[in-house]
Design a protein around this ligand. Structure first.
Ligand SMILES: Nc1ncnc2c1ncn2[C@@H]1O[C@H](COP(=O)(O)OP(=O)(O)OP(=O)(O)O)[C@@H](O)[C@H]1O
Ligand SMILES: [Mg+2]
Length: 141
């Protein structure tokens, strides 16, 4: 049986001193496609922030890929994030470079070194999402 990619057990998630989500249990396995829905302010972003190490988990247990989130040391956070892909509502792209170079930056940061392979990957993913003609678009303009 497939191992879970994300496994949360009995997690209490806080924003400051406020308990936002209580006793969260969640298991997601490789290949699963999961939606998280809920009214505004119910804690969707807080849950995601916990998964990418923006909110520290202090109560309960959670494993994301190979990382135990409980009391995760801040030095581990960049390594956890290299295992995740997050698409933010407000983009969070680097504004000093074009779309293709944003993607190249991420690939290099996650260990890709072969320039040809990087260029092929960038071209392929932009093609897949119908954005190939935007590759050279600079975000500042
Ligand atoms: N940085 C913060 N500091 C303090 N409280 C916060 C902070 N961010 C969110 N909260 C509070 O935590 C609760 C959950 O917020 P959260 O942003 O996780 O909800 P959400 O489900 O993502 O909402 P939305 O659908 O509007 O994005 C809300 O009561 C919110 O006011
Ligand atoms: Mg939100």
């Amino acid at each position: 049986m497939q191992q879970p990619i994300i496994e949360i057990k009995g997690a209490n998630i806080y924003q400051g001193e406020n308990l936002v989500l209580k006793e969260v249990d969640l298991t997601i396995k490789e290949g699963e496609f999961v939606y998280l829905v809920g009214r505004t302010g119910t804690g969707k972003s807080s849950l995601l922030k916990t998964l990418y190490g923006d909110l520290l988990l202090t109560e309960g247990d959670a494993v994301v890929v190979d990382y135990q989130l409980k009391n995760l040391h801040w030095k581990q956070v960049p390594y956890l994030r290299r295992k995740l892909g997050v698409v933010f509502q407000d983009f969070r792209l680097l504004t000093d470079r074009n779309v293709a170079n944003n993607l190249r930056f991420v690939l290099k940061a996650t260990g890709w070194t072969d320039k040809k392979e990087i260029d092929e990957k960038v071209e392929m993913v932009l093609e897949q999402v119908g954005l190939k003609d935007k590759a050279k678009k600079c975000l500042m303009k």
